[in-house]
Design a binder for this molecule. Structure first.
Ligand code: ADP
Ligand code: ADP
Ligand code: ZN
Length: 215
């Protein structure tokens, strides 16, 4: 089962991708997480990516495409995977399709998690991420048991720099211009699934599972 998560920043792609990966035993591949790990480790890729991420801009396609194509060709991806945060542009989608077609494969579902812009700034300002394991929480909608401490690993929680309202507005514009056209792209490919992302986390997940198990 090869799945792509689509949706605005903060729509809940990562939250749902982790649940799907857990239920079906397939890897969760988040390009944002890969970049943040590279930044933390001080790699060349991390240094390059950071200048774009800090401004709320997309990292150039050439820095992300090969990385994802290599990743999905690894052994643990043979049963499928959930891509979260990739593709984000039409050229990225085309590059992925081509790489998959070369090995006679294709994407099965592109799940669009729909949340209106008005809800997004609110979502993002309450998002907290664990510095150690990358787990994501929300102050109101997905709180930790103990404030400021990760439930998984006891790591400390931070507000991502790019989740501050000024950068979120920029990221939303970038989303509408560069990523939203993918909804049309995957509709034409016949694999688009729409889910309402404004309802409770568990209800969004139930809606996704229903679609995945209907087929
Ligand atoms: P969110 O989950 O809030 O949408 P991500 O963690 O997916 O954010 O991405 C954070 C940042 O990393 C993006 O704003 C962008 O700068 C960069 N990024 C992640 N994935 C991609 C991609 N596929 N193409 C270009 N830039 C990306
Ligand atoms: P994305 O990966 O699309 O950027 P996340 O999964 O990181 O989004 O979710 C953004 C924030 O919103 C997080 O703080 C998360 O806990 C919270 N969140 C996710 N889904 C929901 C939901 N259905 N209702 C309320 N809050 C949610
Ligand atoms: Zn943690």
């Amino acid at each position: 089962m090869k799945i792509i998560m689509l949706g605005a920043p903060g729509a809940g792609k990562g939250t749902q991708a982790k649940k799907i990966a857990g239920k079906y035993g397939i890897p969760h591949i988040s390009t944002g997480d890969i970049f943040r790990a590279n930044i933390k480790n001080g790699t060349e890729l991390g240094k390059k990516a950071k200048t774009y991420m800090d401004q709320g801009l997309l990292v150039p396609d050439e820095l992300v495409v090969d990385l994802v194509v290599d990743r999905v060709n690894q052994e643990d991806c043979t049963k499928g995977y959930v891509l979260d945060g990739f593709p984000r542009t039409i050229p990225q989608a085309e590059a992925l399709d081509k790489a998959l077609a070369d090995v006679d494969q294709k994407i099965d579902y592109a799940i669009n998690v729909e949340v209106p812009d008005e809800n997004i700034v609110n979502r993002m300002s309450g998002r907290r991420a664990c510095v150690s394991c990358g787990a994501t929480y929300h102050l109101v909608y997905a709180p930790t048991k103990e404030e400021g401490i990760c439930d998984n690993c006891q790591g400390s929680l931070i507000l991502r720099d790019d989740d501050k309202p000024e950068t979120v507005k920029k990221r939303l514009n970038v989303y509408h211009e560069q990523t939203q056209p993918l909804i049309d792209y995957y509709t034409k490919a016949g694999v688009l699934v729409e889910v309402d992302g404004t309802i409770d986390i568990d209800d969004v997940f139930a809606a996704i599972v229903k679609v995945l198990e209907e087929a």
